[in-house]
Design a protein around this ligand. Structure first.
Ligand SMILES: [Cu+2]
Length: 193
């Protein structure tokens, strides 16, 4: 019996010794892995980082024509600084930068810029109020909307683009803010030039 116990305890010792070796071996293997991954990662990223600015530069060059871009300011007094927004029809896409020069947050004095036919404005504004701030006060998928910006608060700005081919000859277009209660002071005419 003594021999039997001795064998068992010897087996147990060798098992625990074995487990101990594995435990000490495992962290060594793990600590090697991140080093290998980290040393590989930069060599993979470097070519991608070099390629990105080159392609961005090429794409930005033709779109940088100043005639296809305008800035509209809005403020804490619930006003746009333009009563008329000129959009050049010959532009492939027309960029509009909306700035909020005030200090009030979007929840209290948020502004957006929405463009539609004049006859559709009241419907877009009405449905926009129900769409809530989470949807920038524009009903999702509203086909009456030619283009619209995000809702912004004081100190923020946002840029969006308009496709000039979406404006039909002979129709009247407006731009306005759909934040509830703002349309009365915040609307103007879109003039296609
Ligand atoms: Cu507004």
């Amino acid at each position: 019996m003594k021999i039997y116990f001795a064998l068992i305890s010897a087996a147990a010792l060798s098992l625990s010794a074995c487990g101990g070796q594995q435990e000490t071996a495992a962290p060594a293997a793990v600590s090697e892995a991140p080093v290998a991954a980290a040393s590989e990662a930069p060599t993979e990223n470097t070519p991608a980082e070099q390629a990105a600015p080159a392609s961005a530069g090429n794409a930005a060059a033709p779109a940088e024509a100043g005639e296809c871009e305008t800035v509209v300011n809005s403020d804490d007094q619930m006003k746009f600084d333009k009563q008329e927004l000129e959009i050049k029809k010959s532009c492939k896409e027309f960029k509009i930068v909306l700035k909020h020069t005030g200090k009030m947050p979007a929840a209290a004095m948020g502004h957006n810029l929405v463009i539609s036919k004049s006859e559709d404005a009241s419907g877009v504004v009405g449905d926009g109020a129900g769409a809530t701030a989470a949807n920038d006060f524009v009903k999702p998928g509203d086909t009456r909307v030619i283009a619209h910006s995000k809702l912004i608060g004081g100190g923020e700005e946002t840029t969006f683009t308009v496709d000039p081919s979406k404006f039909a000859e002979g129709s009247q277009y407006e731009f306005y803010c759909t934040f509830p209660g703002h349309y009365g002071l915040m609307h103007g005419t879109v003039k296609l030039i």
